[in-house]
Design a protein around this ligand. Structure first.
Ligand code: AP5
Length: 217
């Protein structure tokens, strides 16, 4: 399976990609996580990317496309993957199509998760992430059993720099999937809309049902 999870910041792409990866054994590729690793390692790429991420802007295509293309060429991506955070625009989608078709592969489905803005602001202001395993929590809807500690491995929980209210507002203004990107997948018959306001497990069920149903008519 070659799946894409589309959606504005906070719609649950990362939460669902992790669940699908765990349940199905699929590779989870998150461009946001890859960028944060570069930032943490203070590479030249990371320093450059950070200046965009900190203000809630997209990292330029010229940087992100080559990073993603190298990642999907690695051997562990040959059996399929769930893409979380890529593509964000039509240029990225076309670059992804090209990278896949040149090796005889294709995207199976693009699942667009939608949630109203006010709920996204609420979710992101209460998001906590495990420093060790990346598990994602939400203060009110998915709290850890012990405040500040991951249920899975006891790792320290932290809040992302770009989850500050003013940066969240900028991300919501600039980073919703644009209409031409959605149209690209709709025209190919690969776009499925998913109601992201449901409980986490119900969103997972909707995603799995969409995959079972296959490509929409
Ligand atoms: P990235 O890390 O991809 O961030 P994002 O797209 O803004 O998405 P988020 O990770 O914030 O949200 P999510 O949809 O994964 O939601 P989550 O599951 O965590 O990108 C970060 C930055 O990197 C970008 O701003 C950009 O600068 C750069 N970047 C990355 N990719 C790029 C690209 N391709 N091109 C250019 N730049 C790029 O859930 C959010 C919260 O809600 C959590 O607390 C969770 O517990 C909770 N939650 C989830 N589902 C539910 C539910 N059903 N009900 C209630 N709560 C829920």
């Amino acid at each position: 399976m070659y799946l894409i999870l589309l959606g504005a910041p906070g719609t649950g792409k990362g939460t669902q990609a992790k669940i699908l990866a765990e349940r199905k054994g699929w590779l989870h590729i998150s461009t946001g996580d890859m960028l944060r690793e570069q930032v943490a390692q203070k590479t030249q790429f990371g320093v450059e990317a950070k200046s965009y991420m900190d203000r809630g802007a997209l990292v330029p295509d010229v940087l992100i496309i080559s990073m993603l293309q190298s990642r999907i060429r690695e051997p562990d991506a040959a059996r399929g993957f769930v893409l979380d955070g890529f593509p964000r625009n039509l240029a990225q989608a076309k670059a992804l199509d090209h990278a896949l078709t040149s090796t005889g592969k294709n995207i199976d489905l693009a699942l667009n998760i939608t949630v109203p803005d006010e709920e996204l602001v609420r979710r992101l202001s209460g998001r906590w992430i495990c420093r060790t395993c990346g598990e994602i929590y939400q203060e009110s809807t998915r709290p850890p059993k012990v405040a500040g500690r991951c249920d899975k491995d006891g790792g320290e929980l932290y809040q992302r720099n770009d989850d500050k209210p003013e940066t969240v507002r900028q991300r919501l203004a600039d980073q919703k999937p644009p209409e031409d990107l959605l149209r690209h997948y709709r025209r190919k018959g690969k776009l499925v809309e998913i109601d992201g306001t449901q409980k986490v497990e119900d969103v997972t069920k909707a995603l799995l049902d969409a995959m079972k149903a296959g490509v929409p008519a």
